[in-house]
Design a binder for this molecule. Structure first.
Ligand code: GTP
Length: 228
């Protein structure tokens, strides 16, 4: 089974831990217990078409003072969810810093999601969906609105991103196979051309030898006539 590392980053309190809990155990806690050591991993199996993938979901620390420990947690992640709280302007303003942090510390991330969390608190919303979507577009990420109280919205984000990851990998594989096929075709074509050239050369050499032999016979015949 393919295992992929997934990380959640974003300011403290945006709901990273709650999103993971909802997705992996269908639970929600009102409490905000700040993640301190970002070593916690949760697992979830996702089926995409014929493939089953094991998501290894890492919670990271949102608090500024712990940011330095995030490097190892960001490393090797293939899918990253950059989370903001749609009722908290600062968490949205900080998205570019989290994106930069991710790009600086991880060069293997394939799929990024921008997650606007706490959609159940729509009355307190301060960031419009469009703003979130535009930011996501600007960094080539996929936008999702979630509420950590609502399993379906959370699963849609995790599974949508996983599906995108699988499709991207399949497309890369398809391109690689196509390139290899073209390369092989080109090599076969060159080999065939070389072969044809060689045959042509051999044929003209054979004709030359034949002509030479004919000339020799003619000359020998003349010499005999001369002697007699
Ligand atoms: P750090 O570990 O400090 O980085 O925070 P975090 O991003 O992991 O936040 P956490 O999941 O601990 O959630 C912070 C607070 O927001 C908690 O009180 C949660 O109950 C609350 N919360 C998280 N997600 C939602 C949501 O979608 N809706 C509502 N109403 N509250 C949420």
């Amino acid at each position: 089974m393919i295992s992929i590392k997934v990380i959640l980053i974003g300011d403290s309190g945006v709901g990273k831990t709650c999103l993971i809990q909802q997705y992996t155990s269908k639970e929600f806690t009102e409490e905000h217990i700040t993640t301190i050591a970002a070593g916690d991993k949760s697992f979830k199996e996702v089926k995409v078409g014929e493939k089953t993938l094991k998501l290894e979901i890492w919670d990271t620390v949102g608090q500024e003072k712990f940011k330095s420990v995030n490097k190892i947690y960001m490393n090797q992640a293939k899918i990253a969810l950059i989370v903001y709280d749609m009722t908290e302007q600062n968490s949205f303003n900080n998205l570019p810093n989290w994106y930069k942090e991710l790009k600086d510390k991880n060069d293997s991330v394939e799929i990024i999601g921008v997650i606007a969390n706490k959609s159940d608190l729509y009355e307190d919303k301060v960031i419009d969906k469009e703003e979130g979507e535009n930011y996501a577009k600007s960094i080539k990420a996929i936008f999702y609105e979630t509420s950590a109280l609502d399993y379906d919205s959370v699963a849609a984000a995790f599974e949508g991103l996983t599906k995108n990851y699988v499709n991207k990998k399949d497309e890369e594989e398809r391109k690689k196979t196509e390139e290899e096929r073209k390369k092989k075709e080109e090599e076969d074509r060159k080999r065939e051309e070389e072969e044809k050239k060689k045959l042509k050369l051999e044929a003209s050499k054979h004709n030359e030898d034949k002509e030479k032999k004919k000339d020799k016979k003619k000359n020998d015949g003349r010499r005999w006539c001369f002697i007699f």
